[in-house]
Design a protein around this ligand. Structure first.
Ligand SMILES: Nc1ncnc2c1ncn2[C@@H]1O[C@H](COP(=O)(O)OP(=O)(O)OP(=O)(O)O)[C@@H](O)[C@H]1O
Ligand SMILES: [Mg+2]
Length: 483
């Protein structure tokens, strides 16, 4: 049997573990990238703040000296700015000193000096009394630090640091982690697949071994049981095989005994029936012979005795013929038959009796019965027996309902009559050989017994239910044999 790859133990194991590994590795890589990015940024920020704040002191002093006239205007500030621009450890892209009104007092780009800046970043810088960080774009870090002593403010120093290198390094890092993670995931999945194989391979082998064994088989001579859970399973499997074998033997024994008992019962019933059936007429015949021997019987009486003796001999003959009929045909001649036509044929054989008793026949035939394999002659005999019983139970007319249908892969034939029915106490005896309520002239009591034998030899069952004065229903179930 082939199983979808993803439904095998190996498939499931691989799939679940792979998803887990991919998830965990990706999360780990993501977390590492974030952490490294943060660390690298922090280094730049710290260095930037230190740079800005260290230059803020001389700039403040210069502005203070300028204010009190100790230093000449601008020269020193420009000097500091160009000093700042020359710091190689950081990529400074601009530096400027602004007065409290936003006017550029000194700038790394000389053309900017004298302009007044009113943008948001400048406003934030001018109004803050602490060093603040701002990001005008993803590639630039802007640091503003106040030029003040206590509450006296002369202006603001702003420097811009390029983050281009940092961003380039981070994207390099991302690719590096991507390929590392991919490689690790690949290795992990290959390991998982081979690991899953280690577990499932012995299971597959065991399953193959199980398929090849039959109940009662001993383990092959050269088989070495594994020393793990699979080995335990192997041993349990062989124990199970032995148990099944034992159970089968036990079942066979019980069935044989049961069959024997049933046979004994059947033979007992049959012999007592035969004895009764043959002894009774024989008694009559012997009685006739006794009278003849004795002599002195008038011619009229002689005729009467002869008629009685003939009747008795005929009854013995009929019983024996019926018995032979049953005994002679233990083998079935199977052929495909349309069951509805079999029923029709049996009914037409009994047409005369049906009309004589003014019986209405109602048919509920299933239109799509498949052809069934039966011995058509013997099945016909069964149907005639059952119809005849129904007709004989409806001497004053009635309804004979005959249905055929398929249910649970079985063919069901139901025959119901609205006749006299059967009393509850004799219902269990109607299938017994020679049981009849019709008197010796009309019935032998073999009809249902013979019918049951035939149906059972077809692998089917026959059931009879009845209610006194209401009617009787006979149900035959036959398996649908195919060629
Ligand atoms: N449809 C029925 N309605 C009423 N009683 C029935 C019906 N079918 C069977 N019986 C009862 O079951 C008995 C046994 O039936 P079975 O067919 O075996 O023998 P029989 O009809 O008496 O004799 P034979 O079939 O040999 O002519 C019948 O005598 C009758 O009492
Ligand atoms: Mg009968």
């Amino acid at each position: 049997m082939r199983i979808n790859q993803f439904r095998t133990l190996q498939g499931k194991f691989t799939l679940y573990l792979s998803v887990l590994i991919i998830g965990m590795m990706s999360a780990l890589a993501y977390w590492n990238i974030l952490r490294e990015e943060m660390l690298m940024k922090e280094i730049i920020v710290r260095a930037g703040i230190a740079l800005a704040e260290s230059f803020a002191i001389p700039c403040t002093n210069t502005m203070l000296y300028e204010e009190i006239g100790l230093a000449e205007e601008r020269g020193l500030l420009d000097h500091y700015i160009s000093d700042l621009m020359n710091k190689k450890e950081l990529q400074v892209i601009y530096a400027m000193v602004l007065d409290p009104g936003g006017k550029i007092v000194a700038h790394s780009s000389i053309t900017e000096t004298g302009k007044v800046y009113r943008d948001q970043i400048t406003q934030e810088g001018l109004s803050s009394w602490k060093t603040i960080l701002q990001y005008p774009s993803a590639d630039i870090l802007d640091i503003s630090t106040p030029l003040s002593i206590s509450t006296k403010r002369w202006g603001t120093l702003r420097i811009g640091i390029s983050l281009e290198n940092l961003n380039r390094e981070i994207s390099g890092l991302i690719w590096k982690y991507f390929f590392y993670t991919l490689g690790l995931i690949f290795i992990a999945i290959i390991s998982v697949i081979s690991l899953a194989g280690v577990v499932t391979k012995p299971l597959k082998l065991l399953s193959k071994e199980m398929d090849e064994r039959r109940p009662g088989d001993d383990p092959p001579q050269n088989l070495r049981f594994r020393e793990d859970e699979i080995g335990t399973l192997q041993k349990s499997f062989y124990r199970l095989l032995n148990r099944i074998k034992e159970d089968e033997k036990e079942k066979e024994r019980t069935q044989r005994n049961l069959l024997l008992t049933e046979k004994m019962v059947a033979i007992g019933k049959l012999t007592s029936g035969v004895a009764h059936e043959i002894n009774n007429p024989l008694g009559g015949i012997l009685n006739g012979i006794y009278h003849f021997k004795k002599g002195g019987v008038g011619i009229e009486k002689q005729r009467e005795y002869l008629d009685l003796m003939e009747d008795g001999i005929k009854r013995v003959q009929k019983s024996v013929t019926n018995l032979l009929e049953y005994a002679r045909n233990p083998h079935l001649e199977w052929s495909p038959a349309d069951y509805n036509s079999l029923v029709e044929k049996a009914l037409s054989l009994l047409d005369y009796q049906i009309r004589k008793n003014r019986i209405e026949v109602k048919k509920g035939f299933s239109p799509n019965l498949p052809p069934v394999f039966v011995d058509a002659n013997q099945m016909g005999q069964v149907l005639v027996n059952i119809f005849l019983n129904a007709i004989q139970a409806m001497e004053k007319g009635g309804i004979l309902q005959v249905d055929t249908k398929i249910a649970d892969h079985q063919l069901m034939i139901t025959v119901s009559d609205s006749g006299e029915g059967i009393a509850e106490d004799i219902l269990p005896k109607v299938f017994d050989p020679f049981f009849t309520t019709k008197g010796n002239e009309k019935g032998t009591g073999l009809g249902l017994w013979i019918s049951q034998g035939i149906v059972e030899r077809h692998g089917g069952t026959i059931r009879l239910t009845s209610e006194e004065r209401r009617g009787t229903t006979v149900e035959i179930q036959l398996p649908l044999y195919s060629k």
